[in-house]
Design a protein around this ligand. Structure first.
Ligand code: LLP
Length: 412
């Protein structure tokens, strides 16, 4: 279901041009409310790091995670602070390494850090004794909607290997770092059975470690429906699973612990649409191609993971639409892989869609997560504009990049 009407989308596209990202604030607020049982909802802003959306999240009581210096500065601009807010740091930095500039900023601004390697502890300890840290643990297994989004197991670079937890704790003690808690994120698009195993593993780790914790984080990974018929996750079931683990941990430690969840996709995916214009159609032998003024420079997920995004057509002249089988492709990029209808492994598919003509709009659904945030300037295509629908506060929240801005950093 599109959160914004076709009529509004057509008006916005005519006014602001295409390709255009359109987000619906009410959908984001509704997703936040679904996770209200958790003590802290920490948005993994890699899914969508627009500062205006970050501000919206902060105003709705959400905390934030950053994975780079750029994301740290975005969070600060949006008004998040590294200080404790409602029992948890407003902003946490999560990574498997420190580049030098980010380490300096984390120390200067006292940003709580979720460390995915023992080297991070060794580098932070001497320059910032007492710094508040989390340990991101790789439990030895993972899961995800694609192999590329599985972040656990020995083939993944992520986290501190579970057997090295005692070594990590030794470094924490050696440098007088302050351990806040354990964090486990095993992938993106994770199923319940893997989550159950994660909960059990978290409890066992806490029971076997000789160090207290104040909090733990379940990571992100909640799936969203992309295809018709797929069911949304039951967030209260997810909460119950983790609450059971929390009770076991509290019984072992003898005191209350704070429980965080760190979703990216869940909060923004179905709030976002990408609107593109059909600029050409072609018949190539038996294949009908619909060419759009966007490509994987905007929406990379189909080319990267074979991800499915529902699409619909808005006729520019209001005519009734027939149905046809089409291969929907990006027009502007010089890459045969620039196909929106493909499966993992680059297998091109056709889609039964309303017959689109030049001037019509094609709308991609479920594009709010890992859409704009993963877009690039490939083929020197400027970044598209982003628009937020939010009642009277509806507005352009990022203007379109100009070609002059795109080339401005280079010396001629
Ligand atoms: N926490 C950590 C440490 C993460 O690495 C991630 C995602 C999240 C939380 C949020 O995961 P989510 O709730 O969004 O599943 N580009 C891929 C997804 C990559 C996810 C990377 N890490 C995609 O488009 O599907």
């Amino acid at each position: 279901m599109k959160p914004v009407s076709d009529q509004t989308l057509a008006q916005l596209a005519a006014q602001h041009g295409t390709p255009l990202w359109v987000y619906d604030a009410a959908t984001i607020r509704a997703r936040i409310a679904q996770l209200a049982q958790f003590d802290t909802v920490r948005f993994a802003q890699k899914a969508n790091s627009n500062i205006h959306l970050l501000k919206l999240m902060r105003e709705a009581g959400v905390h934030v995670d950053a994975v780079s210096l750029g994301e740290i500065e975005r969070a600060l601009q949006a008004g998040f602070t590294p200080a404790q807010t409602n029992g948890a740091a407003g902003l946490v930095f999560t990574c498997d390494l420190f580049d030098r500039a980010t380490l300096a900023r984390v120390v200067e601004a006292k940003i709580e850090t979720n460390c995915g390697s023992i080297d991070m502890l060794r580098q932070l300890g001497p320059v910032s004794p007492g710094h508040r840290v989390w340990l991101r643990i790789n439990p030895g297994f993972g899961h995800g909607h694609s192999n590329k989004t599985n972040t656990g197991g020995e083939n993944s670079k992520h986290g501190i290997w579970h057997e090295q937890l005692p070594a990590a704790l030794a470094v924490i003690r050696e440098h007088g770092l302050h351990l806040v808690g354990l964090h486990m994120h095993i992938g993106s698009g994770v199923d319940y059975s893997h989550l159950e195993t994660v909960c059990g593993t978290m409890v066992e780790l806490v029971k076997n470690m000789d160090h207290d914790i104040e909090a733990f984080s379940t990571g992100g990974g909640l799936s969203v429906p992309y295809r018709d018929g797929e069911q949304p996750v039951d967030t209260s079931h997810y909460f119950e699973l983790w609450d059971k683990a929390r009770k076991q941990i509290e019984a072992h430690l003898g005191h209350a612990v704070h429980m965080e969840i760190e979703p990216g996709r869940f909060l923004v995916a179905d709030a976002g649409l990408l609107v593109a214009e059909v600029r050409a159609t072609k018949q190539m032998g038996g294949n009908h191609f619909t060419l759009l003024d966007t490509g994987f420079n905007e929406l990379m997920r189909p080319a990267m993971y074979g991800s499915y995004h529902a699409m619909s057509v808005i006729a520019h002249d209001g005519r009734p639409l027939d149905v046809e089988r089409a291969t929907v492709v990006g027009g502007p990029l010089c890459e045969s892989g620039d196909v929106f209808t493909q499966r993992d492994g680059g297998v091109v598919e056709t889609r039964l869609l309303a017959a689109a003509q030049v001037g019509d709009y094609v709308v991609f659904e479920g594009a709010g997560a890992y859409g704009a945030s993963m877009s690039s300037n490939y083929n020197s295509r400027p970044h598209a504009a982003e628009y937020l629908v939010d009642g009277d506060a509806s507005q352009l929240i990022r203007r379109r990049q100009t070609v002059a801005e795109l080339i401005a950093l280079e010396s001629v």
